[in-house]
Write a protein that binds this ligand. Structure first.
Ligand SMILES: [Zn+2]
Length: 283
């Protein structure tokens, strides 16, 4: 069987509307399952809710090194109320670019990962350690049916996997013109705040200049919101955590405010980047 090109897989993935909520990821996961089964691999489907399954497959290695897991999610965030210049679930290629909801976050990642697994298996090469591929549902709305369920109910499936490549990593962020490859040791925690922010859209966790909530998050750090509305240290700390988690962005660097109470969530990052110049000064 010939392996579809990653771009073809991505087009197919985008055409499954996996907007979460509600998700409805089953058809998308089953497509991945078919690709793997046709290649004589043996994927495993594990689900708390049959309509919201997760898929795991393992390509055996020599067993002399720990396993490497490639993992990602197949659900996407909503397109409701957004102005799209292309249909978001058609997977169109226009001007040499593939467009659609999830093209970046993160069906392209899923397409690349499963392509790598299929190519590895087709090559007949046995890597030093097992290679695992995990595709989960329900990442965009908490992960209860996806990552959390897998870890809490099926941790044994990850046996031997010491390393993992997920949504971030493998591509650089640019700070002061230099590529920054991040290694993630923990995950930021949410602090839910209801707000209406008007302006161009962008990725909620990877801000762009002039086009997303990065600067808004900085403003949340400023009094009175963070300090008077969230006096509890835990909630306050979560807001800080969000901002620190996004600290690679220039918006934060340029707009980092002095904190009146001596609590400066960005000080650590400022210290680390003291030799760097805010991008705004380059423009
Ligand atoms: Zn994502």
């Amino acid at each position: 069987m010939s392996i579809p090109k990653p771009s073809e897989i991505l087009q197919r993935l985008i055409r499954f509307n996996t907007t979460n909520p509600p998700g409805h990821e089953r058809a998308c996961i089953e497509y991945l399952e078919r690709l793997l089964v046709q290649a004589d691999l043996t994927p495993r489907i594990v689900a708390q809710d049959p309509e919201r399954p997760n898929l795991l497959v393992r390509v055996p290695g020599e067993g002399v090194e720990p396993g490497l897991m490639l993992f990602g999610h197949v659900d996407v965030v909503t397109t409701a109320g957004q102005a799209w210049s292309v249909p978001p679930f058609d997977g169109l290629i226009r001007d040499g670019m593939l467009w659609g909801r999830g093209a970046l976050d993160m069906k392209a990642g899923i397409a690349m990962m499963i392509s790598a697994v299929l190519a590895l298996h087709a090559s007949g090469h046995r890597p030093a350690g097992d290679v695992l591929f995990l595709a989960v549902s329900d990442e965009e709305a908490g992960g209860a049916m996806g990552a959390r369920y897998m870890v809490e109910s099926h941790a044994e499936l990850f046996a031997g996997a010491k390393y993992a490549l997920g949504e971030f990593g493998g591509f650089p962020l640019f700070v002061d013109g230099r590529p920054l490859y991040m290694i993630q040791l923990g995950e930021k925690q949410p602090c839910w705040i209801e707000a209406t922010i008007r302006g161009p859209g962008g990725h909620g966790a990877r801000p762009m200049r002039d086009g997303n909530p990065g600067e808004i998050l900085v403003r949340l750090e400023r009094p009175p919101i963070a300090h008077s509305h969230y006096p509890d240290h835990g909630a306050h700390g979560d807001v800080h955590g969000q901002c620190i988690g996004m600290a690679e962005t220039h918006a934060l660097q340029a707009a980092a405010p002095p904190e009146p109470d001596g609590c400066d969530p960005l000080s650590t990052w400022r210290d680390r980047t003291a030799s760097r110049t805010p991008l705004s000064e380059h423009d």
